[in-house]
Structures are given as structure tokens and as C-alpha cells.
Design a protein around this ligand. Structure first.
Ligand code: ATR
Length: 288
């Protein structure tokens, strides 16, 4: 927040189910402080039954905008007035902008994921193959980002394969040069698909409190040293999934760079001010 909150302070924030460990308030308020902006970023913990009322409250309270996080990225869409074109295609929203009482949904996860993969993971997506674990709102942003950058094949593994089938159905026509294959999480072909790829991304909530001792890939023998293993979770800093991948010699990356990069894109949409990504990431690493 700015040093002093006053009558002109604009409110921004995050809506999610479990925000105790969220670093978004720290990220945004550090940026606000550093650049003396008259904004304040707040956590709004909302139960699913209140999601619609909370979204209406953005208008009623003249809140400038919010991030949307787990598990509401898809569910929130029905309460919005409009969607930016890519958010419509993706079918998931992580940012809402309140434009004079009109609520517009955006997805800045896509750019955040791309930037983290390229800059922090040093991974060139074009022509690659990837295994994606999960098929929720976060997975939609990740998969869309990979397709936009020309990935050749995507293997989606999800507990509920129908949700992954829906992603395949929704995205395939936009990216006819890439192929999407769907499997259930228990399938034996997890092994043979992981052997063929250089990138695995965990988009499930397994590993996040309260499921902290869980991993979407219980057999750690499946990891190999030619992998970049990416977990969207940033708390804990190293999930069991990442610890096992590291032990197997794989390169690992957690969700913090993506969180910071998607956050600064959202911040720009609300404030018109774009902080520098690397600088913001370093600031958070020192203060988190
Ligand atoms: P987000 O917006 O963060 O993506 P979400 O849409 O609720 O959140 O998606 C959560 C993902 O974690 C889904 O892929 C979910 O699997 P289902 O589609 O089968 O629900 C996955 N997930 C959550 N808990 C899980 C568990 N105990 N075992 C396996 N997958 C799980």
C-alpha cells in the first residue's frame, strides 16, 4: 500500500478460496510502495457459495480490479460482463478489470507462464512435446501458452479425463498444427510419455496446503535428467514433486516467477503502470 491510505486510494486485490499463503499481496504492495502509487492490494478470501456476490461487490465497492486464483478461474466467468478475446478462447480468467461498472475478464497467466519458461526455465517451446498434469483453470492458461508458441504435442493427464477432453475440444481448432492427447492420471502411458518429453508441468493443486504431502506423480522413477520439471505451486517453495524431480537430476522451476510476471501484467491493466519483471521478482525473493 501507499505510505498513507487516503480518500483517493484505489483498491485492488485477489479473490480465492485459500489465501493464507498467497504472495500476491506482498508483490503488489511492494511495487505500490516502491513507486509511491495510490493503490492498495487486499486478499479477499471467498467461499464458493459467495463467489457471485463477491464479484458483484467489486462493482458495488468501486474496486478497480482483482486477480482470481484457485479454484475460481473458470467458475468466475459466468459473473462477468465481458471477456477479452484470449480469455474467451482460453475459458479461464485470472484478472478482472472494473471499467466504470463493467467487469471485464483477462488472462495474464498465459504471458506470465511463457515469460517464466523462457527467461527462468531457458526453455524454447517451439517444436517440443510436453506432459501437463491437471486440466483446471490454471492448466488452460498453460496449455494455451504452449500452443501459441508452437509446441508440437501436448499430453494432458487428469484425474477427470473429461475435463482434459474439453480442453482438447476447445483449443484444437485454434491450433491445427499441434496435437493434444488426453489420458487419465493413473494410466501406464505416463511412463512412456514422460520418456518422450523435455517438459512436465504440474497444474494440479496436489502439493499445495492442505495436500502438502501429495504429488501428482507418485513414482519418482519416472523423472529423468533431460526434463524441465515445472510446478505452478510456489508455497511450499519446493513441493514433493519438485524435490523428487531434483533428486532424479531434472532441472526444476516453481510457480514464483510466473506469479510475479502474471501479476505485473494485471497490475498494468489496473494502473497503467508496468513494473520491470526481473526487478519485481528479485524484490520478492528478498522479501518473501
Ligand atoms: P485451478 O484454477 O488452480 O486450475 P481447478 O480448476 O480447481 O484449479 O483445477 C485443479 C486441478 O487439480 C484439476 O486438474 C484437478 O483434477 P480434477 O479435474 O479431476 O478435479 C486437480 N486435482 C485437485 N485435487 C486432486 C487430487 N486429489 N488428485 C488428482 N488431481 C487433483
Amino acid at each position: 500500500m501507499k505510505k498513507e491510505i487516503n480518500g483517493k486510494t484505489k483498491i485492488i486485490g485477489v479473490i480465492g478460496k485459500n489465501l493464507e499463503n498467497s504472495l500476491s499481496p506482498l508483490i503488489h504492495n511492494q511495487i505500490i510502495l516502491k513507486h509511491s502509487l495510490n493503490f492498495c492490494y487486499l486478499p479477499f478470501q471467498v467461499a464458493e457459495t459467495n463467489l457471485g456476490k463477491a464479484i458483484q461487490g467489486i462493482k458495488a465497492l468501486n474496486i478497480r480490479g482483482v486477480n482470481i486464483t484457485f479454484p475460481y478461474k473458470e467458475k468466475v466467468i459466468e459473473f462477468l460482463d465481458d471477456l477479452e478475446e484470449s480469455a474467451r478462447r482460453i475459458g479461464a480468467v485470472n484478472t478482472i478489470v472494473n471499467n466504470k461498472g463493467i467487469l471485464i475478464g483477462y488472462n495474464t497467466d498465459v504471458i506470465g507462464f511463457k515469460k517464466s519458461l523462457q527467461e527462468d526455465g531457458k526453455f524454447a517451446i517451439k517444436g517440443e512435446k510436453a506432459v501437463i498434469l491437471g486440466a483446471g483453470g490454471a492448466a488452460r492458461g498453460v496449455i494455451y501458452a504452449l500452443l501459441e508458441e508452437g509446441i508440437e504435442e501436448i499430453y494432458i493427464f487428469n484425474r477427470t479425463p473429461e475435463k482434459a477432453e474439453k480442453i482438447k475440444h476447445d483449443f484444437s481448432s485454434f491450433f491445427p498444427k499441434s496435437s493434444i492427447y488426453v489420458f487419465s492420471l493413473e494410466e501406464e502411458n505416463l511412463k512412456n510419455k514422460i520418456e518422450r518429453v523435455h517438459l512436465i508441468v504440474n497444474t494440479t493443486s496436489l502439493g499445495m496446503p492442505p495436500q502438502i504431502d501429495k504429488t501428482p506423480l507418485p513414482d519418482e522413477k519416472l523423472f529423468h535428467p533431460d526434463l524441465l520439471v515445472y510446478d505452478l505451486i510456489y508455497h511450499p517453495t519446493k513441493t514433493l514433486f519438485l524435490r523428487q524431480a531434483k533428486r532424479a537430476g531434472a532441472k526444476i522451476i516453481n510457480g514464483l516467477p510466473m506469479l510475479v510476471y502474471q501479476g505485473i501484467e494485471s497490475f498494468y491493466l489496473w494502473t497503467g503502470f508496468k513494473p520491470e519483471g526481473k526487478e519485481a521478482l528479485e524484490m520478492i525473493k528478498q522479501n518473501a
